[in-house]
Ligand binder design. Structure first.
Ligand SMILES: Nc1ncnc2c1ncn2[C@@H]1O[C@H](COP(=O)(O)OP(=O)(O)OP(=O)(O)O)[C@@H](O)[C@H]1O
Length: 318
């Protein structure tokens, strides 16, 4: 049963064009969803609406029995039940890790507060750092403290808005692995917003794609990879090669096999050494510039290569 329901939400700033357009999404309790979209697609605006921190122009956001109201309808905007963590989320610089995490619990009784902070420090593997100040921590550890602070109030929903952009790829991967484990343990419902498909996939296999304020597609990575709803969703996974004489039809580099004879003839214009294969830029005999994957690393710049693919792997848009 759906727990977080976003129903037909619209939002425009200062009566300009809509930045969130008739957006609907449902999420079950305890599930993690990655919402992927390019910069400016309305992701942050949507999260702020879900958190009750931004006014929506139309639609509804419902969390279980709780209807999330616009900030202009409430004395104090926002909800303890929905916590938003974003990149600029500030830690208190002169408070320790432990104090930062316990700060939102200031009005709770001491015993509960100590217990909650202790268990979060353990889950976040920050016990050894509890007396450190934020500036004495790595970027990844600082983000964990920010997430710990957001989780201290035992929110039903955690909204994460690209807080890892400043971390390098390895730090991000490790942090996401750790957080994923913790979210599952806490059974918290998480909406993770990113423009990076790799990060999104590392977090969960439930994906939603947002473009121009609209929900384009929701599904597993495999579903979206195989049957993307539009060019943007398709290109998140790889570059696409336009198929000659077939309108709006493409083939992915990974779906093309390379041969020394027979197939569509092409010349290797450039070769890039990547981790699992050489990525070749080729010019086909039709004059098209394509990208293909040379998994055996057997073709050099200037060589002739012959290309074949299964037409069932072609991706067509209407
Ligand atoms: N407070 C604001 N006032 C006016 N326009 C805004 C405001 N906040 C965002 N916008 C505009 O709304 C659109 C969506 O912005 P939003 O930040 O929600 O997108 P995003 O997908 O989160 O982008 P990014 O990944 O770059 O943060 C953009 O065109 C942005 O310029």
């Amino acid at each position: 049963m759906s727990f977080l329901t976003i129903d037909s939400v619209n939002k425009a700033y200062q009566n300009e064009q809509l930045v969130v357009k008739n957006f609907s999404l449902q999420l079950e309790k305890g599930r993690i969803l990655s919402l992927v979209g390019e910069s400016g697609s309305g992701k942050s605006t949507l999260l702020r609406i879900i958190a009750g921190l931004e006014n929506k122009d139309a639609g509804k956001v419902q969390l279980g029995d709780l209807q999330i109201q616009n900030p202009n309808e409430r004395l104090i905007p926002g909800y303890d039940e929905v916590q938003l963590v974003y990149q600029e989320y500030q830690l208190y610089p002169s408070s320790t890790v432990e104090e930062n995490i316990s700060r939102p619990l200031i009005q709770y009784d001491r015993k509960y507060r100590d217990q909650r902070v202790k268990s979060l420090l353990k889950l976040l593997k920050l016990e050894l750092f509890k007396d450190k100040l934020p500036r004495q921590l790595s970027g990844g550890q600082q983000q964990k403290v920010a997430i710990g602070r957001a989780l201290s109030l035992e929110p039903e929903v955690l909204l994460i808005d690209e807080p890892f952009s400043s971390l390098d790829a390895i730090q991000r991967r490790e942090l996401i692995e750790e957080l994923k484990e913790m979210f599952n343990e806490l059974n918290v419902t998480v909406l993770f917003v990113t423009h990076d498909l790799d990060d999104a996939l590392q977090m969960t296999s439930d994906l939603a794609i947002m473009q121009g304020g609209k929900l384009i597609q929701r599904g597993s990575p495999e579903e979206i990879f195989k049957q993307p709803k539009n060019l943007y969703a398709a290109k998140l996974f790889s570059t696409l090669n336009a198929v000659q004489d077939k309108s709006k039809t493409y083939i992915r580099p990974s779906d093309i096999q390379l041969f020394k004879s027979t197939g569509l003839c092409a010349k290797v214009m450039d070769k890039q050494y990547l981790i699992h294969y050489n990525l070749l830029t080729v010019q086909t005999s039709d004059g098209l510039i394509w990208k293909v994957e040379d998994k055996d690393r057997s073709f050099e710049k200037g060589a002739k290569v012959y290309l074949k693919w299964d037409t069932e792997k072609e991706i067509s848009f209407k």
